[in-house]
Design a protein around this ligand. Structure first.
Ligand code: ATP
Length: 295
C-alpha cells in the first residue's frame, strides 16, 4: 500500500528536463500508475521480437473486480498491417482491451498474443517498446514543440521530427507559428486545441515508429476540419503499422479492415462498415444516432 502511494509522487518528482530523457514515454508512465502492482515479468520472460505484428485476443475473460465481469469470451485478430476498430456504447469495455494489450492487467481466462507470443511471457519493457499509443489525453510539457515531439527519443534529428509532424498533418500549423518548432507549448506557453494535441500525440508515435499502434480516441467532439486533419494523420501513420483503434467517433472507423462491436463485454457484431450498416444491428443504430446528433 505504501509503495502504491509513493509511486505517483516519485514519478511527478522526477519530471524535470534533465531526467525526462530517462523516461521512455511519459504517457506510458502515467498509464503505468493505474497498473496493478502484481504485474511482474516472469523469471524466464523473453524479450518480444516483433516480426509480423499480428495481435490476437483468444477467448479473453476479464474483470477488474471479481463480481463484475467486463470482458467475456473475446476473440479477434488484427492481421499484420491492418486496422481494426472497436466501437460500442460507453462502458462496453473498449479501453479495457488496450489495457490488456499493454498488460496493465492480466486476463482471467484466455490469452492476448503478439505474433503468437502470450504477452505474459514477454518482458514488459520489450512489450512496451513494441507498442505505441495515441492516448485520449496527451501530456504536454512546458517546452518547445520540437522537445514535446522528441523527448523520448533524443537521438531523433530535426528531419525525423519534421517528417513526423508532416505525417501527423501538423506541419502547416507549425510553419505558421512565428517561432515554428521552437514555440513553447503547455500551460505557460501556447495552448494547443484538442485537435492539435491529438495530432501532436500522433506525431510522437511516428517519432517512436513502433510496429503496433493503439489509437485511444478522445471522446470530445471536434469540428469537422480538425477531425479531418486527425483522420489524415492517423491514416498516414496507420499505413505502416498494425493498428487497433478504440473508437468514440464513428467517422474514424469507416475505412477499418474490420470493425468489432462490443456491448456489455461481448462482441455482438463484426465486419466492415458497409456490412454492418446493411446488417441493421447495433452498429447501424449507433451510426444513425451519431449522424442524427451531428445534424
Ligand atoms: P468509454 O466509451 O466510456 O470510454 P469503454 O467501452 O472504453 O467506455 P472501459 O473503460 O473499458 O469502457 O470500461 C469498462 C467498464 O469497466 C466500465 O464499466 C468501467 O466502469 C469499468 N472499469 C474501468 N476501469 C476500472 C477499474 N480500474 N476498476 C474497476 N472498474 C473499472
Amino acid at each position: 500500500m505504501m509503495l502504491q502511494l509513493f509511486v505517483p509522487l516519485n514519478v511527478l518528482g522526477v519530471v524535470y528536463r534533465g531526467l525526462q530523457y530517462a523516461l521512455a514515454d511519459m504517457d506510458l508512465v502515467l498509464r503505468l500508475l493505474e497498473r496493478t502492482p502484481e504485474i511482474q515479468d516472469k523469471p524466464d520472460a523473453q524479450a518480444l521480437v516483433v516480426k509480423q505484428a499480428r495481435i490476437e485476443f483468444r477467448d479473453v475473460e476479464f474483470a477488474y473486480l471479481p463480481e463484475r465481469p467486463i470482458l467475456r469470451g473475446i476473440s479477434f485478430t488484427v492481421e499484420p498491417g491492418s486496422k481494426v476498430a472497436v466501437v460500442g456504447p460507453s462502458g462496453a469495455g473498449k479501453s479495457t482491451l488496450s489495457r490488456l494489450l499493454f498488460r496493465f492487467y492480466d486476463v482471467d481466462q484466455g490469452q492476448v498474443l503478439i505474433d503468437g507470443v502470450d504477452v505474459r511471457d514477454c518482458t514488459q519493457t520489450s512489450l512496451r517498446d513494441a507498442l505505441g499509443v495515441v492516448p485520449q489525453d496527451t501530456v504536454m510539457f512546458n517546452d518547445t514543440i520540437r522537445y514535446n515531439l522528441a523527448y523520448a527519443h533524443p537521438e531523433a534529428d530535426d528531419e525525423r521530427v519534421a517528417e513526423a509532424a508532416r505525417r501527423a498533418n501538423l506541419d502547416t500549423f507549425i510553419s505558421e507559428l512565428p517561432q515554428g518548432y521552437e514555440t513553447v507549448v503547455g500551460e505557460r506557453g501556447l495552448k494547443l486545441s484538442g485537435g492539435e494535441k491529438q495530432r501532436m500525440a500522433i506525431a510522437r508515435v511516428v517519432v517512436k515508429d513502433p510496429p503496433i499502434i493503439i489509437f485511444d480516441e478522445a471522446t470530445s467532439s471536434l469540428d469537422t476540419r480538425s477531425e479531418q486533419a486527425i483522420l489524415e494523420g492517423m491514416n498516414a501513420v496507420a499505413r505502416r503499422a498494425t493498428s487497433l483503434v478504440i473508437a468514440h467517433r464513428l467517422s474514424t472507423v469507416v475505412d477499418a479492415d474490420q470493425i468489432i462491436v462490443l456491448d456489455a463485454g461481448r462482441i455482438v457484431e463484426r465486419g466492415t462498415h458497409e456490412q454492418l450498416l446493411t446488417g441493421g444491428g447495433l452498429y447501424a443504430d449507433l451510426w444513425n444516432m451519431q449522424a442524427a446528433a451531428e445534424e
